[in-house]
Ligand binder design. Structure first.
Ligand SMILES: *Cc1c(COP(=O)(O)O)cnc(C)c1O
Length: 397
């Protein structure tokens, strides 16, 4: 089913399911299976040679898993996809699969923290050179290339700072130098950024976030191009890191409502962000979909929509005031991750992790995730919170 024929809301409802294969059940059931019995010795021997048509062992090929993989690959326009047990497995497995000792890996300075740690500890240990690039370089990333640069790892908008990258320009530079581009596309999801149309070779998702969508499932997805997929598939098979059928079932369930949730969350997120912009306590709102925000022009050029994770910079204020703001929130919870139905808020310190670029903001930062609540209720919660910055008494939770 091509997206030339159907819009996104229709696609997410219909991709990756075939009710007639499962007694008419609308949703592909959870397959709990390890041992698969072969009808004949000839079949068993075919499986040993990799020529068996059926599923040889429950580690690979169960329908709940393959249906999710096929749906995501088609949605994003990639060749094929792999489901893995977490978003972090999705960011790290392609690095292991595609880099060799002696290669140089260029990673965005705005990368998700645990991905950065994996590069610094493990890729380096395996003999891969790692350096970081300013996410705003665009085509100027050429000056960061070394003769042995084989992979660029991008993330756009970036974790914490939401820097939007010129992915097409980066991919052009990389391909001219025989390097591959991997992108962490978790923020946009396959619906809002079609990574392969921008020249990306591997797109990865923390499906834990918007795709699963309910803060109850750890899940990662890796979508490869035709050229990269065999190596990704080889390592995925040899490490045995498939996602479980239960989690893929929840991933598929989340996918069915993804377009609807994102449409609502885009609108609510923009409403909350615009309101925050009017507040004297707020120095800057960093939300790529807001005209005038950092990253807006590239976002407008390349993205089909926005999600609801963004940042704000407060005017300089003491820690105790920020703690009072956060401790008293009634609807916004404080916690890692995002993508569920509930709104979240945390303090962030992007300047602590950067090494290739300086992060300049005019004050302390908060990251907001707008969930499915009524945006006016969220605004009221934030209004009370901002009032607490001035030292007013916090309302108990
Ligand atoms: C959360 C996140 C991940 C990791 O996902 P987990 O499922 O929590 O391991 C990777 N990349 C980005 C951008 C994320 O926000």
């Amino acid at each position: 089913m091509s997206d030339k024929l159907h819009n996104k809301a229709t696609q997410v409802g219909h991709l990756g399911r075939a009710p007639q294969k499962f007694m008419g059940a609308v949703n592909t059931p959870v397959f709990r299976a390890t041992t698969m019995l072969f009808p004949t010795v000839a079949d068993l021997e075919a499986a040993v040679r990799g020529k068996y048509e059926g599923i040889g062992y429950g580690l690979h090929g169960l329908p709940t898993v393959t249906d999710l993989q096929n749906a995501i690959a088609e949605l994003e326009g990639g060749h094929a996809a792999l489901a893995v047990p977490s978003g972090l497995t999705a960011t790290t497995l392609p690095l292991l699969a595609l880099a060799n000792p002696g290669d140089h890996l260029l990673v965005t300075d705005s990368v998700y923290g645990p991905t950065r740690r994996f590069c610094d500890l493990h890729m380096k240990r395996l003999g891969v050179e790692v350096s970081y690039y300013d996410p705003l370089l665009g085509a100027d990333i050429a000056r960061e290339f070394r003769p042995n640069t084989r992979i660029v790892f991008a993330e756009s908008p970036g974790s914490l700072t939401f820097d939007v990258q010129d992915v097409s320009a980066i991919a052009k530079v990389a391909h001219a130098r025989s390097a591959l581009v991997i992108i962490d596309n978790s923020w946009a999801t396959p619906l809002n950024f079609r990574a392969f149309d921008h020249g990306v070779d591997v797109s990865v998702h923390a499906a834990t976030k918007y795709i699963a969508g309910h803060s109850d499932t750890l899940l990662g997805l890796i979508v490869g191009s035709e050229a990269t997929f065999p190596k990704l598939h080889r390592l995925w098979t040899d490490m045995g890191v498939t996602a479980s059928s239960d989690d893929c079932f929840l991933g598929l369930r989340g996918l069915r409502t993804l377009a609807t949730r994102l449409a609502r969350q885009q609108a609510s997120g923009i409403k909350v962000a615009e309101w925050l912009r009017t507040r004297p306590e707020v120095n800057e709102v960093i939300h790529p979909a807001l005209p005038g925000s950092r990253g807006h022009e590239l976002w407008k050029r390349d993205f089909a929509g926005a999600t609801s994770l963004f940042g704000i910079v407060l005017n300089p204020v003491g820690k105790a005031c920020i703690d009072a703001l956060l401790d008293g929130m009634r609807l916004f919870g404080m916690g890692w991750s995002w993508g569920g139905f509930e709104s979240l808020i945390i303090p962030i310190y992007p300047e602590r992790t950067r090494t290739a670029s300086r992060w300049e903001a005019g004050g302390p930062m908060l990251r907001l995730y707008v969930g499915l609540e009524d945006p006016d209720d969220l605004i009221a919660d934030l209004a009370d919170g901002l009032a607490r910055l001035g030292g007013q008494v916090a309302t108990p939770r």
